[in-house]
Every structure is written in C-alpha cells, then in structure tokens.
Design a protein around this ligand. Structure first.
Ligand SMILES: [Zn+2]
Length: 303
C-alpha cells in the first residue's frame, strides 16, 4: 500500500500502513530517504478506516507526538477499533448467512478476519475534519471531501493549485475499488448501499479538476475521467449480467456470485457478496429486481 509524506509545515504523513514490523521498517526507511525521521512527523492524516492504512498510526503518533486527523464520521471507528471490527465481523456473518453463503465458509472467514485484526490498532483522533473544509499548510491548501463507497469513511484531499488529488482507495488504477457492504451506523437501521454511494462519489470526483491522482495502492493515475468512465461501464455491464441471471430464475446473492465467478475462494466470499449486493441494490432501486425470502435466505428475482 502507499503512504505519502507532504514536505510542508506541518510535516505530514498520509496514512501509515498496517501494524507490522516489516511495514514499520519500510516506513522508517522511506521517511529517511526523504531526509526526515519518524520523530519529525507533525501530523498524520487518515484517509479511511481500513486496517492496512491505519495500523501504524498510533505508533507513529506515539513516537513523534504528531496530531492525528480524520474525518468526523471515521472518529468512532478508529478510536474503538477492535470493538468496531468485532461488530463488523458479526454483521458480516449475519449477512453471509442471510444471502446463502454456507455456514462453514462464514465461520472460516471469521477466523481469517480475526487474524487480520492484528494489523490494525486504535488511535485517538486529535483533529476532527469536516467535509468541505480547507486544511492550511505553509505552502499549500488541501480541501477535504467525504467520498463514501469503498468504505463509509473514505476521504479525499484536493490540492486545487497543483491539481493533485490524494484519493487513497477511492480510485485505484489496476482494480475497481470494491465497495464493501458495511453495517448500518445505527442499530437496526437500513444497510447502507455501498455501491450506490460509491457511484455517487465517483461522479463527484469526475467533476474535479485534477491532473494527478495519488491512490492508496498501485501507480498514480493521470486521467481520472477516463478511468472513472471505465468503472461506470464495468458496473453497468455487471448489473446487466446479474439482471439476466435473475431473469432466468430467482437466485440468492451467493448463487449469483457462483454463476459469475465459479468456485469462490473462502477469503473472497465477502468481497464477492459485497460486489453482487451492490449491483442488486442498483437493480432494486430502479425497480428491475425484487427481494423475496426462501427458507430464511434472501433471493432476488427480476421485476
Ligand atoms: Zn481500503
């Protein structure tokens, strides 16, 4: 994954990487290569709640005394990391069973997720950011924009003058950012429609005047509009394919995933479920699909 150092005042690190000895080593060497040390960092900005981005933040903050900035909606998540992750896992399990994923797969995936949790850690947010605010540095201003979808807390940072967008996992060159289904913010609330809000977020980013997008993984992006249009086309094709599958016969989300991708590796079960449900949401919203229950499992039929 990528982290960025903004050589300005304050000296700023954008994301910190997963909580592991190897990535700490890489991070320290990377910072030293830019003639600074971890102790010099004055501000760490978080782009979203995923563990591969926030795991090392508390360690960096403890070593340097840096402020930690994150958008308001991310605060409860990063400050209560393990409780939130636990609740996410329980929600994921319910979702998997409800959508036809076999119980042994759901159970196996839960232990994988528990093991992964060691890559994360909680951190206190000392500077709460708001959607639309401007962060002033000595030599630049970054505009903060909330772009939910890939995760509910995705935040991008726009340097209008340099036409640079720090976009983290909101837009990636080599893979489409999987909009993971997440639990509702309030107990018992409606499940957020991750793909629907992701597409909305992409439309907003498409309008931005940007020359260079700095992603959370992989290479920088120089033509964000072409890439976003590719993503729109991909999602449209996939929704059409899913619509044809449920027009043949009603299917659960798991059956749809199997029809699309064949035998799915256990570790991919939740990702593919998220992908299918995202498109089903699009079809449900436009009245092209209906959700019905069959033996405690949700199935979707063409409307
Ligand atoms: Zn992510």
């Amino acid at each position: 994954m990528n982290v960025y150092l903004i050589d300005d005042e304050p000296l700023t690190l954008v994301d910190a990487g997963p909580n592991s000895g190897t990535s700490l080593d890489v991070l320290q060497r990377g910072i030293a290569g830019l003639w600074h040390s971890m102790e010099d960092i004055e501000l760490v900005i978080l782009t979203h709640q995923h563990i591969d981005h926030l795991g090392l933040v508390s360690l960096v903050a403890a070593h340097s005394g840096a402020e930690v900035a994150a958008i308001d909606v991310a605060v409860p998540y990063v400050e209560n990391f393990s409780l939130e992750a636990q609740a996410d896992d329980e929600f994921a399990r319910d979702m998997m069973l409800r959508h036809g994923i076999p119980e042994d797969v759901a159970t196996a995936l839960q232990s994988v997720s528990r093991a992964f949790r060691a890559w994360g850690s909680r951190v206190e947010v000392t500077r709460v950011l708001e959607d639309g605010e401007a962060m002033d540095f000595r030599d630049r201003t970054l505009h903060v924009h909330h772009r939910p979808g890939h995760s509910p807390t995705d935040t991008v940072f726009h340097d209008r003058e340099r036409r640079i967008l720090i976009a983290a996992d909101h837009l990636l060159a080599h893979i489409s950012s999987n909009p993971l289904i997440t639990r509702p913010r309030e107990q018992g609330g409606e499940r957020p429609q991750a793909l629907v809000s992701y597409l909305e977020s992409l439309r907003a980013t498409r309008e931005m005047d940007v020359e260079l997008v700095l992603p959370g993984h992989g290479e920088p992006i120089t033509d964000h509009r072409a890439l976003i249009d590719e993503r729109f086309a991909l999602h449209e094709r996939r929704a059409g394919k899913i619509h044809r599958l449920i027009a043949e016969r009603p299917r659960s989300a798991y059956e749809i995933a199997q029809a699309l991708w064949g035998n799915i590796a256990v570790t991919q079960a939740y990702l593919t479920l998220s992908e299918v449900l995202g498109h089903v949401d699009v079809l449900l919203n436009s009245g092209r699909a209906r959700e019905v229950e069959r033996n405690g499992v949700s199935v979707f039929e063409a409307a």
